[in-house]
Design a binder for this molecule. Structure first.
Ligand code: NAD
Ligand code: IPM
Ligand code: MN
Length: 354
């Protein structure tokens, strides 16, 4: 079988607890399906920053480029200001590797209780496609006159035609592979936010390029309400960097827990390796207690294997996850279970080896 080279960056907090579980699960699936994985582990993290003054070495990006995929836990820890750790690691990875499509599936899995009354698995099944390298998260701006009465904070949102068109096309292509073939755009087009009428024009233009796909659009404010009241309306939801970020925490909450939500940062052209990381962060409030839910990391590993072409292995991982969600002893507290990370992990591995 084939061998894939994976760069693993556990990062901070629970990243260091859940990434090893995802690796074990991926290894078990690889053994079962006859391919191999080799892992290069990088200690890039806030801990490293405190020791060396850098989140990653100067040639860090060049080092991860030598791999087929990147598997990342979470970046951010209270000992280092978030803007330092994020601009020093997570954001450069996304930008320098041109991982412009952040794909975040939301599915109510069997055995998980949605906080919404009476929702069944088939009623919550959509994908947030988030623009991942520009928009509101621009590098234009900064802070001036810090600590004085003249203090100013400014940041220009930047939506390029190329950047907007390519994320729209990506969302429509994702929709094409799905049953319902529908794309919803998250917007704020009532002219208050100048960038959004432009976003809408590019969405309409993309709709014309993909006439077989149905479209809808909602202002971001009411869209968050619809996520709660009508999650069944959605198939593919395309959003800007900030809107997509918000929707991709809300979606998993509606589908039971942020502790299960996977994400793929994709470079669709395949020029650079894509990066796979759970939606959740380093969870300082529970880190070190051994109780983090490893499912998001395992589901993320499944999406990574699928991206590498190992579809059957991905299915094995997803089935193993679902099997462990059927009893409280094999799922973690955020899902109403009694398992700690290791008990959940062991159950997942046993289900894979089944
Ligand atoms: P968070 O996702 O880390 O935590 C939010 C809440 O969800 C916490 O109560 C946490 O305990 C819970 N939670 C998250 N993952 C869980 C899991 N697997 N199992 C059980 N419970 C889980 O978000 P935050 O608190 O806003 O951010 C904490 C740090 O993580 C910050 O430094 C932030 O910048 C960083 N962060 C990084 C990433 C990333 O690297 N991709 C993503 C989000 C946040
Ligand atoms: C995410 C995170 C990041 C983001 C933060 C940590 C910068 O919330 O991956 O969703 O906003 O992109
Ligand atoms: Mn987020």
């Amino acid at each position: 079988g084939k061998t894939y080279k994976i760069a693993s960056i556990p990062g901070d907090g629970i990243g260091k607890e859940v990434i090893p579980v995802g690796q074990r699960a991926a290894e078990a699936a690889a053994a079962k399906h006859g391919f191999s994985l080799t892992w290069t582990e990088f200690d890039w993290s806030c801990e490293r920053y405190v020791e060396t003054g850098q989140m990653m070495p100067d040639d860090g990006i060049a080092q991860v480029k030598e791999h087929d995929a990147i598997y990342l836990g979470a970046v951010g820890w209270p000992t280092v200001e978030d803007h330092v750790s994020l601009w020093g690691l997570l954001i450069p990875l996304r930008r320098e590797l041109d991982l412009y499509a952040n794909v975040r599936p939301v599915r109510l899995l069997k055995g998980v209780q949605s906080p919404l009354a009476n929702r069944k698995p088939e009623e919550i099944d959509f994908i947030v496609v988030r623009e991942n390298v520009e928009g509101e998260y621009s590098e234009i701006g900064g802070r001036l006159y810090r600590g004085t009465e003249n203090e100013v904070a400014v940041q220009e949102a930047m939506f390029t035609r190329r950047g907007t068109d390519r994320i729209m096309d990506y969302a429509f292509k994702v929709a094409k592979q799905r049953k319902r073939k529908h794309v919803t755009s998250a917007t704020k087009s009532n002219g208050i936010v100048h960038t959004m009428p432009f976003w809408d024009e590019r969405f309409a233009a993309a709709g014309k390029r993909h006439p077989e796909i149905e479209t809808s659009q909602y202002h971001i404010d009411i869209l968050t309400a619809h996520f709660v009241q009508h999650p069944d309306w959605f198939d593919v939801v395309v959003g800007s960097n900030l809107f997509g970020d918000i929707l991709s925490d809300l979606g998993p909450a509606v589908a039971g827990s942020i502790g299960i939500a996977p994400a793929a940062n994709i470079n669709p052209e395949g020029v650079f390796p894509s990066m796979f990381e759970p939606v959740h962060g380093s969870a300082p409030d529970i880190a070190g207690k051994g109780i983090a839910n490893p499912v998001a990391a395992v589901w993320t590993a499944a999406i990574m294997l699928e991206h590498l072409g190992e579809t059957e292995a991905a299915k094995t991982l997803e089935a193993a996850i679902e099997a462990t969600l059927q009893a409280p002893e094999t799922k973690t507290a955020d899902l109403g279970g009694t398992a700690n990370t290791e008990q959940s992990a062991t159950a997942i591995i046993e289900a894979i080896n089944g």
